[in-house]
Design a binder for this molecule. Sequence first.
Ligand SMILES: [Zn+2]
Length: 238
Amino acid sequence: MSSTRIVKVLRPITFGLRRVHRMGSGPFSRALLRSVAVVLCLCAISSNLACNKSRSPTDPGSANCGIYPDQASSPYVLPYPVGSSHQVIQGNCGSFSHQANSVNQFGYDFAMRLGTEVTATRGGTVVVAIEHRPENTGQYGDENIVVVDHGDGTYGRYLHFQTQGALVDVGDAVSPGDPVGLVGLSGFTVGPHLHFDVSMGCYEYEPRCPTVPVTFRNTSPHPNGLEEGRSYQAVPYS
Ligand SMILES: [Zn+2]
């Protein structure tokens, strides 16, 4: 599906969801999240991707889409506080904006309510902290984003924060579990969620930097990456 077609298809759905929000229905229910998972997973990086690459008939989707590093020794923890649990509404090689063979195929989308605190998955230094962009525009490029340099050529990228929702500044050192931002509706998204991925070699979206597979050591086993549709609880880590 071309990116143009995706936008055409989703625009009316976007309006529908906004109407639901205006009606005061509060945070999206899990059932609704599930039913519109594909819609909610619209992320910044989807709009200009080579979305016309078709998936192989044998492509299993969110599972087995890459070689994943060992979970027990992973330097990464889930991007939310210990004790909390969130559903993956789009996994790696997801069906919508994390397509297989695209540069962002290893992105994860977590369903989170507005204002949910997002925490660092790994220690490093903040190299991007953008929080001035408006919300509810649905526009690619309006993302409020935090990027953490892990010091080994990889970068953790956290997207769609609230306006004024970055909790760190450029140059800050962060450790796993430190708050980095608050979930919002900035950028190319129609529902509150966190997009998290790890890029390699660079962190820019223009030109686009490739993402790499990661696992998280403080949750249940996921040898093929976190699975779309499942919820994962963050358990204590050392
Ligand atoms: Zn995403």
